[in-house]
Design a protein around this ligand. Structure first.
Ligand SMILES: Nc1ncnc2c1ncn2[C@@H]1O[C@H](COP(=O)(O)OP(=O)(O)OP(=O)(O)O)[C@@H](O)[C@H]1O
Length: 239
């Protein structure tokens, strides 16, 4: 029987990248299959944000290649990458504070995306649609940041520590929204998160980064069963 080739959504091949002359990621290789849910965990400063930023074209690529599907996107600008279906939800909640919720969403809307879609995912944003960015709570700002990225119709969604600093009840709502985003393999989701247990409950695959290199790449369920490994790689296994 002919072997079917995996459909890779995103690939990093021998990537060395950083800021200016500094190398943070070292010869990092990774291939993510379309529809996969991947958790990326690691200690502070391990290079998780740098990895997402490198995929998005926001760092200096010193060597290697980044591909989206079959296409080498290593030389494309962040905007071109976004147009091809990459969406980054940055750690720095990225909204226009002077605009209302609705204006924030319509400003970046693309293709077939609709406000209803955003509001179905986050009903709270519908309630707050006429409120300005500065009037939102931290959790609402995070919801808006995620919804803004979705308005660009990404096939691959990169989430950079979306739960950081938020109350447990909001974290739960966000995790439910990520479940919906990833449902039926509709989107490929890469979740960088310090809350290891939430990330591992969501993901099918886990990647652990230490000093800019991948030290674990296997099933999320298997990593959950090895608290000593989690402890070794990320310190206190945070809930
Ligand atoms: N803009 C920058 N310029 C120079 N060095 C940077 C920059 N951003 C991050 N670094 C450095 O790159 C290394 C990796 O940082 P990165 O933010 O990727 O880690 P991280 O795993 O996401 O950690 P955290 O959980 O703290 O966000 C760190 O040593 C950091 O100081």
């Amino acid at each position: 029987m002919p072997e079917t080739k995996p459909d890779f959504a995103l690939s990093l091949q021998n990537v060395t990248a950083g800021y200016g002359q500094t190398h943070i990621l070292r010869n990092l290789s990774l291939r993510i299959i379309r529809g996969e849910r991947v958790a990326v965990i690691g200690r502070n400063g391990a290079g998780k944000t740098t990895m997402l930023s490198t995929v998005m074209g926001l760092t200096r690529l010193h060597g290697g290649r980044v591909s989206l599907g079959e296409e080498d996107i290593s030389r494309l600008s962040p905007h071109q990458r976004s147009m091809r279906g990459l969406g980054l939800v940055p750690q720095t909640r990225d909204i226009f504070a002077s605009l209302t919720v609705e204006e924030n969403l319509t400003a970046v809307m693309r293709g077939k995306s609709t406000l209803d879609e955003a509001y179905a995912l986050f009903p709270r944003l519908k309630e707050r649609r006429r409120n300005g960015g500065t009037q939102l709570s931290g959790g609402e700002q995070q919801m808006l940041t995620i919804a803004r990225t979705l308005m660009t119709e990404p096939d691959v969604v990169l989430l950079d520590e979306p739960l950081e600093g938020l109350a447990p009840v909001i974290c739960e709502q966000l995790m439910q929204a990520f479940e919906q985003l990833a449902a039926d393999g509709r989107r490929t989701v890469v979740l960088v998160e310090q809350h290891a247990s939430a990330a591992l409950a969501f993901a099918t695959r886990a990647i652990v980064i230490t000093n800019g290199s991948i030290v674990y790449d296997d099933s999320a369920a298997a990593l959950k069963q090895q608290p000593e490994l989690l402890e070794r790689h990320i310190g206190v296994a945070r809930g």
